[in-house]
Write a protein that binds this ligand. Structure first.
Ligand code: ZN
Ligand code: ZN
Length: 478
């Protein structure tokens, strides 16, 4: 078995592993949807809200009829001019009922969040308000009927134990709305996580902290101003940075649109990759690729025996946020184990330590993939991420039995179904990573990925010593 000793390999599997694959197009929301979203709140909704504030209001277009209650003896607090005998010009608003109304009435320009829940949702409502959004709470039974009268600045829907019809209708007809499905089951059951994404959720979580983080992103996008609009959902106007954030946060569950770049008008082969690496904050773009292609995979198991699964972005996972394991290309100057740890943190939000080597796989292009066994650095605080971004749509800890129940089509590639049960049963045993041969290989990988021109000459001999130091079962073809 050989291993490549030249520079950068560009086979199809390498491209896919780097999120560079060609992505299929799905229908985008129509312009009619955007028009519908611009309709102001219906009179009944406006009235309900005002009654809660002890004042009666009916709305028609932008005209409001407001009844202020003076029975408390408080003054209106306005200076008026009625000299022309026809109009009542308000010259000044002082302390009083009118000022109270102005201070407490809802701001129609503010984005709001619909919280769908049968239970008290104090934590969720607090998270919505913390993000600077207005909260509206409705019962699941009435949620579907609310869709027809959604206001234009609806930013997010939080649904506990969400109704699938509700999420599906929103995803189809209201593509600008960020839908979060929240349920305790999503922390444990991989099938229910995928079902929630299938139903239309853009984020699936069991964590209020993750909801707060997501709402801050929603708020940042909605409050931005700039000359751009998202080509996938029409949301705008957006600044360059807001569009950069929006694309991978909001559309991680969608196929990548095959459109021109709304910022520079280029027509890239992959708009999502182009937006990520050519625009937005330079610090958030991918670093230049290492000149030597090699990959690290992370099989991470926690103390209770559950394994880490990642929901991959739909654009590289068959049009759906299918499962895989944390994995990726080794960056410039990195070792294989450093790449393994970085990918687990980026794709799953878990800091891990490598505990062993499971496989060294070489594909038909002689590209090396190292599969490591790892565990959380802090098992008691190992909450996987669930806010979508460039790296993934989220992650979870899953029982081997539940992973085995999934269909092959539920994975980007069914490697977890092959690897995890073998690790759990002990039939695939971790090998040490502190042998002098593997330590030497890691040192050479650093030099190769850093572009050291002398390093390739040393690889063939070192690879033979690594092969002699480990059992043949470690070396499999990818
Ligand atoms: Zn969009
Ligand atoms: Zn561009």
């Amino acid at each position: 078995m050989g291993i490549i000793s030249s520079c950068c390999s560009h086979d199809a599997s390498v491209e896919a592993e780097e999120n560079k694959s060609t992505m299929k197009k799905e229908p985008s929301p129509t312009k009619a949807d955007a028009t519908e979203m611009a309709v102001p709140p219906a009179a009944s909704r406006e009235k309900e809200r005002m009654v809660e504030k002890s004042a009666k209001v009916t709305a028609s277009g932008s005209e409001y009829e407001i009844t202020l209650d003076k029975s408390t003896g408080k003054r209106l607090g306005i200076d008026v001019d009625h000299k022309d005998g026809k109009t009542l010009l308000i010259e000044c608003i002082n302390e009083g009922l009118v000022k109270d109304w102005n201070d407490t009435a809802p701001d129609e320009t503010k984005a709001w969040a619909l919280v769908v829940s049968a239970d008290p949702v104090a934590e969720l409502s607090a998270a919505v308000l913390h993000a600077g959004l207005r909260a509206e709470v409705v019962a699941p039974a009435t949620a579907l009927s609310c869709i027809g009268r959604l206001p234009g600045r609806l930013a997010v829907v939080l649904a506990q134990s969400p109704e699938k019809d509700f999420l599906r209708t929103l995803r189809r007809g209201h593509g600008q709305v960020f839908t979060i499905a929240m349920d305790e089951a999503f922390a444990r059951c991989p099938a229910s996580r995928l079902a929630a994404f299938d139903a239309g959720a853009r984020m699936v979580t069991s964590s209020v902290a993750a909801v707060r983080e997501a709402l801050a992103k929603v708020s940042a996008v909605f409050s931005s101003a700039g000359p751009f609009a998202c080509t996938a959902c029409g949301l705008g106007p957006l600044s360059e940075n807001a569009l950069h954030l929006h694309m991978h946060f909001h559309h991680a569950v969608d196929a990548v649109p095959e459109d021109s770049c709304p910022i520079c008008a280029e027509r890239p082969s992959n708009l999502a990759v182009h937006l990520h690496n050519s625009h937005g904050p330079p610090t958030e773009r991918e670093p230049p690729r290492a000149p030597y292609a090699t990959f690290a995979w992370c099989v991470c198991r926690r103390l209770d025996g559950r394994f880490l699964l990642v929901n991959e972005p739909s654009g590289i996972a068959g049009g759906r946020p299918n499962f895989w394991l944390p994995a990726g290309r080794v960056d410039r100057g990195e070792s294989l184990q450093e790449a393994c740890r970085r990918e687990a943190l980026e794709e799953a939000g878990i800091s891990v330590k490598v505990t062993g080597l499971l496989r060294l796989m070489v594909d038909s292009h002689q590209t090396l993939r190292a599969v490591f066994l790892a565990e959380p650095e802090d098992d008691a605080h190992a909450e996987p991420k669930s806010v979508p971004d460039w790296e993934s749509v989220g992650a979870m800890w899953a029982e081997v039995a539940d992973i085995q129940k999934l269909k092959e089509s539920d994975f980007r590639n069914p490697d977890p179904q092959e690897l995890y049960p073998k690790v759990a049963s002990g039939s695939l045993k971790p090998q040490p990573v502190d042998t002098k041969e593997f330590v030497a290989l890691e040192a050479l990988i650093r030099r190769l990925t850093a572009g050291d021109r002398k390093a390739p000459r040393e690889l063939e001999g070192l690879w033979r010593s690594v092969q002699a130091a480990y059992p043949p079962a470690v070396f499999t073809r990818a």
